[in-house]
Design a protein around this ligand. Structure first.
Ligand SMILES: NC(=O)c1ccc[n+]([C@@H]2O[C@H](COP(=O)([O-])OP(=O)(O)OC[C@H]3O[C@@H](n4cnc5c(N)ncnc54)[C@H](OP(=O)(O)O)[C@@H]3O)[C@@H](O)[C@H]2O)c1
Length: 313
């Protein structure tokens, strides 16, 4: 099969489009003929070696986690999926495997894809959509009437998070670069602030603050976080996890770390909202598989509003 591969950690220059070995069929998973995938921040962090402590050292590796395609083989222990089913799901982002013509996926991370949702749209959902749901609904515990601040709102996850916070009835302030302002207003953000215009002065407190930009840390956010407010950090690391857990025992403002696990139940929730037109998918650009290197380059440059999708086949 054809795939995007890399034989060592490094910049986009290590990426190749070449022949790769077919993945093995897991007992508790399926093989999917990929139709589309998309690029997530975790994919390029894994490729650069930043996540090396969590990633095995076996090369070549295939990047990518988002899966949207058709089942072509079913593992012996799998129930509920058959050859020919259209599916949506994700591989373990630390292991990758999705930027390829055939992908192995565990059945617990897979759902059926309704025919109304195109593969190229669906591929923009798994990692980013579930990350947004887990940050807004689970960690943020956003409720109707609350005031929510979303930093880095025009990125892949932020655009979903703004819509989800609105869906749960919150008043949403979004901080983004200029390119995202109109899109964010159209998606329902109540106030949109361009971070490139200089230091931002907030004249209110927020019940929930979610940072997708890595530029607004908990210690800076505390001054505008309600006394019992919740702060969500989308870029955790081990020291942050440990310090936040200890700190949270002694203060009412909570510092919460996002560690997304793509569960089928969350994918179904996201798909349901998409089908009810309550969650719009914003595709920034669409690349064919053999141009995935350009897709990474574009994403890593920044300023992208929404998802970069890679079409397979
Ligand atoms: N922990 C988990 O489980 C998990 C899962 C998924 C994602 N994530 C993390 O969530 C974060 C967001 O992911 P993403 O895919 O949405 O990334 P993205 O598409 O790169 O979005 C990042 C956003 O931050 C904005 N930004 C950059 N500098 C800023 C600043 N100084 N102030 C305010 N906004 C700024 C960017 O705007 P411009 O482009 O205009 O600069 C962009 O809108 C990443 O760190 C990713 O690793 C974590």
């Amino acid at each position: 099969m054809k795939a995007i591969t890399y034989h060592q950690f490094g910049s986009v220059d290590v990426l190749k489009y070449e022949e790769a070995a077919l993945p093995a069929l897991p007992d508790d998973g399926v093989l999917v003929s990929q139709r589309a995938s998309s690029i997530n921040v975790v994919d390029y962090r894994a490729r650069t070696g930043l996540l090396a402590p969590f990633v095995n050292k076996k090369f070549p590796k295939i990047p990518g986690a988002d899966v949207a395609g058709v089942v072509i083989a079913v593992g012996s222990k799998v129930k509920g999926f058959s050859v020919g089913d259209a599916v949506l799901g994700a591989t373990d982002p630390f292991k990758g495997g999705a930027l390829a013509e055939t992908v192995a996926v565990l059945a617990k991370n897979l759902v059926h894809l309704p025919s109304e949702v195109a593969f190229t749209q669906a591929a923009a959902l798994p990692i980013a959509g579930v990350a947004a749901l887990e940050s807004v609904r689970d960690l943020g515990a956003v409720k109707a009437g609350q005031s929510v601040l979303i930093y880095g709102a025009s990125g892949a996850v932020g655009l979903y998070a703004v819509q989800l916070a609105k869906h749960f009835g919150a008043h949403v302030t979004a901080v983004s670069g200029a390119a995202g302002i109109e899109v964010l207003k159209n998606l329902g953000a109540d106030l949109v602030i361009d971070y490139r215009k200089g230091p931002i002065k907030f004249n209110k407190q927020f019940d929930v603050i979610i940072d997708y930009s890595s530029q607004f840390p908990f210690n800076a956010a505390r001054a505008i976080l309600a006394a019992t407010g919740r702060y969500v950090d989308a870029s955790p690391n081990i020291p942050k996890f440990i310090l936040s857990m200890i700190g949270n025992l002694f203060r009412r403002q909570k510092n919460l770390m996002l560690a997304t696990a793509t569960k089928a139940a969350d994918l179904l929730t996201i798909l349901d909202l998409v089908q009810k037109n309550k969650l719009a998918i914003t595709i920034a650009k669409n690349f064919p598989l053999d141009q995935a290197k350009q897709a990474f380059t574009e994403m890593e440059r920044g300023g992208t509003v929404g998802k970069i999708v890679v079409q397979v086949g």
